[in-house]
Design a protein around this ligand. Structure first.
Ligand code: 13P
Length: 236
């Protein structure tokens, strides 16, 4: 399974180093067979050597240049980063990224062979319109995306579930994942208010290949506990 922690705009570099080391030490103790990703804040990136894959939460589709406030592959290479989150709802809805700019970014990083965790998800008002409207909305987020890309992972993150403590029912997660899997065979993660005490049931859902966790993974022990749950489910 894939267990990923999105640290968003949290933790200093020092705290991030300690977080990564704690995760490394933990996965060693359980001979972890799961794929673990951590996405630190940009200013907290480090050269990380180990089994945990460090990814970047965002980067511009460039090597370098005049893009104030952005980073490009020149900066990512310094930390040997080859994994990127693209299309996260906070970038779509708070930072104003359009599907067009997301497609450009996707293609740029795909051409460089990056592992891409591509996020899709519907806001509450769309959800309230019913399943058909919701699936049509999600379909638009697949537009222009190479769903057969070999280094693709998709994360289904309902916008209304992110940081709110609300989650779809397990049945809803399974049903939506089943439908999304018709669009792409890429591993499909669930994200949105996954917590230490809900991770296990979500991971046990049919069609869920892993989780992408924000606030619930900020505490490293909680994140490690989710990794342990995944490992247990796979060995059962
Ligand atoms: P929360 O787990 O805080 O809801 O955030 C989920 C998320 O956005 C992961 O990318």
């Amino acid at each position: 399974m894939i267990i990923a922690s999105n640290l968003k705009t949290n933790l200093t570099r020092e705290k991030t180093i300690s977080y990564m080391m704690d995760v490394e030490n933990f996965i060693d103790t359980i001979s972890c067979k799961q794929d673990i990703f951590v996405f630190p804040a940009q200013s907290s990136l480090n050269l990380h050597v180990g089994k945990v894959a460090q990814g970047v939460q965002n980067a511009y589709a460039t090597k370098n240049g005049a893009f104030t406030g952005e980073i490009g592959t020149e900066q990512l290479e310094e930390f040997k980063i080859k994994t990127i989150l693209i299309g996260h709802s906070e970038r779509r809805h708070i930072l104003g990224e359009t599907q067009k700019s997301i497609i450009e970014k996707f293609n740029f990083y795909k051409n460089l062979g990056f592992k891409i965790i591509y996020c899709v998800g519907e806001p509450l008002e769309v959800r309230e319109e019913g399943l058909d409207v919701m699936m049509k909305y999600l379909e638009l987020q697949y537009e222009g995306i190479d769903t057969k890309y070999k280094n693709l992972i998709i994360a289904y993150e309902p916008v209304w579930a992110i940081g709110t403590g609300l989650t779809p029912t397990l049945e809803d997660i399974s049903n939506i994942h089943l439908k999304l899997k018709e669009k792409s065979k890429a591993p499909l993660l669930y994200g949105g208010s996954v917590k230490v005490d809900t991770a296990k049931d979500i991971l046990a859902c049919a069609e869920v290949d892993g989780i992408l966790v924000g606030s619930g993974a900020l505490n490293v022990e909680n994140f490690c506990s989710m990794i342990k749950d995944a490992q247990k489910l796979e060995t059962n």
